[in-house]
Design a protein around this ligand. Structure first.
Ligand code: TXA
Ligand code: MG
Length: 341
């Protein structure tokens, strides 16, 4: 079965329609690919025990094979059968699972997962998602599910089923639809495989959220770009097709605006105001300046503004605190990625 060779579009099926979860679980067990909603972004799922199925994820995403995948499980006990959960891992799992936290842990000697999931590393990234449809799917499939974001490598992460369809086309066997993603940014990746807890990818959960459960400092791993610990730290990762201009205080003619907070006084160089832009050239991540709302809107709005009709997307400054850190991390990657296109 090689989904990438099929033509046409993948079927979108509402996760709460009759028989949808069972059908998706059957496809997963048979080695197929199912895109499904999580609270962070849509995932491209495959049976993590099945080498061929996991290999199909890399093919569908056109993802470099050195990039390891997050494996989704139903609960912490299932995770403990795959990776070594020390007291720290148990504590954060109890506090944040199900939820937007992926833990990097040492693989157990007897771990039955496809080695492709860890891309040759002695560690594994595990997550228990909170979205109802994801939980039902994991339960029905009865196997751990490897699931990176359901987009082609280097493209924007999908927060609606339509993004998945647009990016992956027929490379996926079925798309389970469960509405837009509530968080809208990928999970926080916390590496507990060494003595110092490291955040490899910022997300909804911050060190301040996590530290009380570890009684240990949690450190942002800024990532050595020559030799990233987590390949997700590669700058060229999330990229729109047109340039991005960050921390914009005004607009160049022809630019689209991605605003944050009030944009009432934003001007266009040479004359004009941002509020006079056509509807499809103007989005606001959060008019009230709410970072959580902004994160949930980020990828969808970038998708909507990413059209050749615009010379660039000008993005207003986002405060670098709380969820803002994760938003700025994704924006910097998108900016670097779009520059290299
Ligand atoms: O929110 C999410 O986590 C989404 C949804 C679908 O659950 N999934 C997701 O997976 O973002 P993916 O595969 O796109 O991102 C995996 C991230 C990458 O940055 C990868 O490099 C890192 O986790 N990662 C995976 N396994 C790792 C490992 N063993 N060591 C270090 N980093 C790892
Ligand atoms: Mg991704």
């Amino acid at each position: 079965m090689s989904g990438t060779e099929k033509s046409g579009q993948a079927r979108i099926v509402a996760a709460d329609s009759a028989g949808a979860i069972d059908e998706a679980a059957k496809i997963l067990r048979a080695g197929g690919l199912v895109a499904f909603p999580t609270e962070t972004v849509y995932g491209l799922g495959a049976n993590a025990l099945d080498d061929r199925a996991v290999a199909r994820i890399f093919a569908a995403k056109e993802r470099p094979s050195f990039n390891p995948l997050i494996v989704h499980v139903h609960d912490a006990d299932e995770a403990a059968g795959l990776a070594v959960m020390d007291d720290r891992a148990r504590a954060v799992a109890a506090a944040f699972w199900p939820g937007p936290l992926a833990l990097v842990l040492p693989r157990r000697e007897d771990c039955p997962l496809s080695a492709l999931c860890s891309a040759g590393l002695p560690t594994l990234a595990l997550r228990v998602p909170a979205h109802k449809a994801a939980r039902q799917l994991l339960q029905a499939a009865g196997v751990p599910v490897a699931a990176p974001s359901a987009n082609r490598s280097g493209h924007l992460s999908p927060t609606t089923p339509f993004h998945v369809q647009e990016s992956l086309g027929a490379a996926v066997d079925m798309i389970l639809a469960g509405g837009p993603c509530a968080v809208g940014l990928e999970s926080t990746v916390l590496d507990l495989s060494g003595p110092v807890p490291l955040i490899l990818r910022p997300g909804a959960l911050t060190p301040e959220d996590i530290e009380p459960f570890l009684q240990q400092r949690v450190v942002y791993d800024s990532g050595d770009q020559q030799k990233p610990r987590s390949p997700g730290q590669l700058l060229r990762h999330y990229a729109p097709g047109i340039p991005l201009r960050l921390n914009a205080v005004d607009l160049e003619p022809g630019e689209a605006l991605l605003a944050f907070g009030s944009d009432r006084f934003m001007g266009v160089r040479g004359g004009g105001a941002a509020r006079d832009l056509p509807e499809d050239s103007h989005r606001n991540l959060s008019e009230s300046g709410d970072l959580v709302e902004a994160a949930a809107n980020l990828f969808r709005m970038l998708h909507e503004l990413d059209r050749p009709a615009h010379r660039a997307i000008a993005v207003m400054n986002i405060p670098d605190k709380g969820m803002g850190r994760a938003i700025n991390d994704r924006l910097r990657k998108a900016e670097a990625g779009s520059r290299s296109k």
